[in-house]
Design a protein. Sequence first.
Length: 119
Amino acid sequence: MDPITTAIIAALAAGVTQGTVADMYKGIKQLIKKKSKQKNIIEVLDDLEKDPISNMGKKWLQKEIQNNQLDQDADILEAAKKLLNEMKSSGNEKHIMQAKGNFIAQADHGSSASVTINK
């Protein structure tokens, strides 16, 4: 995933609605709106704000970022980098893990997980 999509999804998944991270997210959104050739990319961002773990929304956003060559825009890339750094330093960084199937255990940040099957 490109750094812009990664930063946007991370901010939305963290659920940050105020403060520095929220302001930085709004700044990236404004840059995208200003520099995008297709205005419907903002609609995708609005949809992702409602459902930040939507796989379809993530894929569509990433595709549109690439189609509009926003992943090559220095201003947007710098804003995404700053957003990710701010999230890490403020403790707002969250990790989303998804799994499909049976008997799956997932762990993150040094935690542990296990599956016990009783027969």
